[in-house]
Write a protein that binds this ligand. Structure first.
Ligand SMILES: Nc1nc2c(c(=O)[nH]1)N[C@H]1C(S)=C(S)[C@@H](COP(=O)(O)OP(=O)(O)OC[C@H]3O[C@@H](n4cnc5c(=O)[nH]c(N)nc54)[C@H](O)[C@@H]3O)O[C@H]1N2
Ligand SMILES: Nc1nc2c(c(=O)[nH]1)N[C@H]1C(S)=C(S)[C@@H](COP(=O)(O)OP(=O)(O)OC[C@H]3O[C@@H](n4cnc5c(=O)[nH]c(N)nc54)[C@H](O)[C@@H]3O)O[C@H]1N2
Ligand code: SF4
Ligand SMILES: [Mo]
Length: 726
């Protein structure tokens, strides 16, 4: 007896609907794209197609592990949680506790609903996550401009006439901070309707190959290019902001320092092209600028992200169909109007400012290694592998070895979790319900889908229950976390004028909530109170309605809504936030700098996902291997053949070279997430590769956001067997 079931793919940001066939034992026998999903319409990629293999990977942990010295012991859940309780009881000062949340926690309901309560319960400001190795520059830029770090506009992909894309490769990544299943198809449709796609990337990627135009750019210099465009918009009197903005004069003044000729020298993009891009953006009926990880993880990440939206504003394309727009997600909550700030507190050792309540992961090793009050001695990791994913991961590897106590919530014993004293594995993906709280807020169409668990839990707790229990242990409280959150939310909403449930009875409303678990009831509450919710008086959305639409619900094309979104004190777009104008000085200071001879950038492969999908046979091998891409001219000049040694200020690796003219001279590329060692992943061990983050430098940061720098890392390269003087 087989059954056919549907659920959202949790593996990347494209949120594709999947149709799975299960046999009588609950094993996945096939995975296809869900043709009835109104958003993804049957699209699937090789990772989604491998969801069954990934889910039933024999190397995934099924029981908690406790480590005593070098020895691992499988234990029952109660014993594992007792060990956590005992470990925390030995902590006299919570300032010595740190927590790191990794990327998959943005893809699980557990991460979305229980991450924040866990952090609160741990009672520490040592909060780290993959966000400061990723998109923190975008949060900071949007927080300062629009007043909220989640007010992130996305390109209106299905309607735009012109897309300028920098540092993104959605044909491999399937998109990021721009939720768009079948991103490749949407780009082809853009071109099919006569639109124009321009890609800016130091590599001619598969996305660049699909574009009308590809421009090579020196790594780390996108802020210069964008400033050159802004300069032109003012110089040629082309700027036409649609909305009211503050700071236009300051931006014009700042842009004066970046004429296209100077920008061309720094970026490698010819001056006439910079000018042409500005003119094209204005001439296009609608246009959007979109920039992603290639521009975020650079030394001027926040300036680049800011300038993306400065250009969107100046060309009149912010908040209009075909331009760059603000999605309206079903669980959006609108906070009070209060100025967004960074740096409310600073890290102990390097004095780095907090952003969004987090400290830069680039300083986690400092906090563990440096003695004194507040030295980190206890670490919780949830869904993270910072040993491979954070800058100078090797230093973190050593630092983790010195912790007094470490707890990891993770399905694998890997490079990071091998340091844990207790590993708590989440159950199978198919045993977990799924709702994309974060990603649906970046969707190019308003859409919602809830996937209930497809298989019952066995003796294992859900990941939600694991995190909730950790939060209760850490807080020392007893009781039901979900009930507490629900009552608290209801109490506030019933006391808020115009909330839709103002003045109603909390107990009565609580009884009306649907859901088989606390997490589902919380989702129901958020849906009902959200912008389409039946309690907000604006619609009829609830968990029940989503359950009645198992393939998902289309909530319409994006609509202009700047007024609703803005949270700045002025009520206007702040085009020239003082913190960013100040950082422009740093950018100016390097305008005439000679670039290093060779710099390193990253890359992604369609069949990889950061560090943790190399343990499924069909996903590794072939073109998905850890090689150093280098321009053939550089390879000849450096006399490279076979393997090469790559050295940086922080480390060195020996790696096979892959000469290709798809990468510009002076730049080499190494994918991240490889360098498998100390893991029990048997397939990954056969495809170990080397870690790009053995080379990256934790002291290099994007200053306003504290984000790590992965692109533009100075390196030297030599043939193996050659000893160079350093
Ligand atoms: N050099 C370089 N470094 C980079 C990048 C780069 O481009 N270049 N990219 C950066 C980016 S964008 C990111 S997001 C980070 C990612 O950084 P991390 O999030 O630290 O690393 P991942 O490799 O995503 O590790 C995910 C971990 O979660 C576990 N996991 C998988 N599914 C689940 C689940 O359902 N529940 C739980 N609890 N655990 C799960 C996996 O076993 C793995 O241990 O890496 C960053 N590092
Ligand atoms: N298959 C697959 N999909 C993924 C992931 C994965 O690991 N594999 N990871 C997921 C995660 S965590 C994220 S954050 C997203 C990221 O999604 P994307 O941002 O689309 O990520 P990449 O594919 O790394 O594309 C970044 C591009 O930036 C280019 N680049 C490097 N430096 C510079 C620079 O200085 N300037 C410019 N203009 N370009 C530069 C690189 O050559 C690369 O082509 O992908 C997600 N999806
Ligand atoms: S594109 Fe992303 S969401 Fe879609 S099937 Fe592939 S991994 Fe899953
Ligand atoms: Mo990421």
């Amino acid at each position: 007896m087989t059954s056919t079931v549907h659920r959202t793919c949790p593996l990347c940001e494209a949120v594709c609907g999947l149709t799975l066939t299960l046999d009588a034992g609950g094993h996945v026998t096939s995975v296809r794209g869900d043709k009835d999903d109104p958003f993804s319409k049957g699209f699937i990629c090789p990772k989604g197609a491998s969801l069954g293999r990934l889910d039933e990977d024999p190397d995934r942990l099924r029981k908690p592990l406790i480590r005593e010295g070098e020895l691992w012991r499988e234990v029952g859940w109660d014993e594992a949680f007792e060990a956590v309780r005992a470990g925390l009881e030995r902590v006299s000062d919570r300032r010595s506790v740190a927590v790191y949340l990794g990327n998959p926690s943005a893809h699980t309901m557990a991460g979305a609903l229980y991450g924040a309560p866990l952090i609160k319960a741990l009672g520490t400001r040592n909060v780290f996550s993959a966000s400061t190795a990723d998109q923190m520059p975008k949060h900071v830029a949007c927080g300062l401009m629009f007043g909220h770090p989640m007010a992130i506009p996305v390109p209106d992909l299905d309607r735009t006439d012109y897309l300028l894309m920098l540092g993104a490769n959605p044909l491999e990544s399937n998109g990021s901070l721009c939720t768009a299943p079948d991103f490749p198809g949407r780009l082809k449709a853009l071109r099919g309707r006569g639109g124009r796609l321009v890609v800016v990337d130091p590599r001619r990627t598969r996305t660049a190959a699909l574009a009308d135009e590809h421009l090579f750019i020196r790594p780390g210099t996108d802020a210069y290019l964008l400033f050159g465009i802004v300069h032109t918009l003012f110089a040629e009197d082309l700027a036409r902001p649609l909305a009211e903005v503050n700071g236009l004069a300051e931006v014009r003044e700042a842009a004066k320092h970046f004429p296209p000729e100077s920008v061309a020298r720094r970026t490698g993009v010819p001056a006439e092209v910079v000018v042409r891009l500005a003119r094209e953006l204005v001439a296009a009926r609608t246009a959007a600028v979109y920039a992603r990880i290639g521009t975020c993880t650079t030394e001027f990440g926040t300036l680049a992200q800011w300038l993306v939206d400065v250009v969107n504003v100046l060309t009149g394309n912010l908040d209009r169909p075909g331009g760059s727009m603000f999605p309206k997600s079903a669980t959006e909550t609108r906070g009070r109007r209060r100025p967004y700030t960074v740096g409310r507190w600073s890290s102990r050792v390097r004095g780095l400012p907090e952003a969004n309540g987090e400290l830069p992961v680039a300083t986690l090793a400092d906090e563990i290694e440096t003695p004194g009050d507040g030295q980190v001695k206890v670490l919780f990791t949830v869904a993270g592998n910072p040993v491979l994913s954070a800058p100078n991961g090797d230093r973190l590897d050593a630092a983790f070895g010195r912790l007094d106590f470490m707890v990891s919530v993770d399905p694998y014993l890997n490079e990071t979790t091998k340091h844990a004293h207790v590993i708590l594995p989440p159950p199978r993906v198919l045993q977990s319900g799924h709702f994309d709280f974060a990603l649906l807020g970046f969707a190019v169409r308003n859409y919602a889908r809830y996937s209930p668990p497809l298989l019952p839990l066995d003796e294992r707790p859900s990941e939600a229950q694991i995190l909730a229990r950790l939060a209760m242990i850490a807080s020392g409280l007893e009781g039901d976390l979900d009930a507490f959150v629900i009552d608290d939310t209801l109490r506030k909403a019933t006391q808020t004028p115009g909330s839709g449930i103002e003045g109603r009875d909390v107990a009565e409303l609580r009884e009306l909530l649907d859901g088989e678990s606390g997490g589902e009831r919380r989702l129901d509450l958020m849906l009902r109170l959200g912008p389409y919710g039946e309690w907000a008086g604006k619609g009829d959305l609830s968990l029940r309605k989503l359950l009645d639409h198992p393939h998902g619900l289309d909530l319409g094309a994006l609509e202009p809504r700047l007024g609703e979104v803005l949270r700045t004190a002025s009520g206007l777009i702040e085009l020239a936030p003082p913190q960013l104008i100040e950082d422009v000085e740093r950018l100016r200071g390097k305008l005439d700098e000679e670039p290093p001879e060779m710099v390193l950038i990253g890359r992604r492969h369609l069949r990889s996902n950061n560090s943790w999908m190399h343990n499924v046979g069909p996903l590794v091998g072939g073109s998905n291997t850890c090689t150093l891409q280098i321009n053939p001219a550089d390879a000849r000049r450096l006399e490279l053949a076979g393997q090469a040694v790559v050295r940086s200020a922080k480390g060195q690796v020996t790696v096979p070279v892959e000469p290709t003219d798809s990468i510009m001279p002076g730049v080499v590329s190494l994918p991240h997430g490889w360098g498998h060692a100390g893991s029990t992943q048997s397939v990954a061990a056969g495809h170990a590769g080397v870690s790009a983050n053995a080379l990256t430098d934790e002291t290099a940061l994007d200053v306003p956001s504290g984000n790590a720098v992965f692109n533009g890392v100075p390196v030297t390269i030599s043939p193996t067997g050659v000893i160079t003087a350093q």
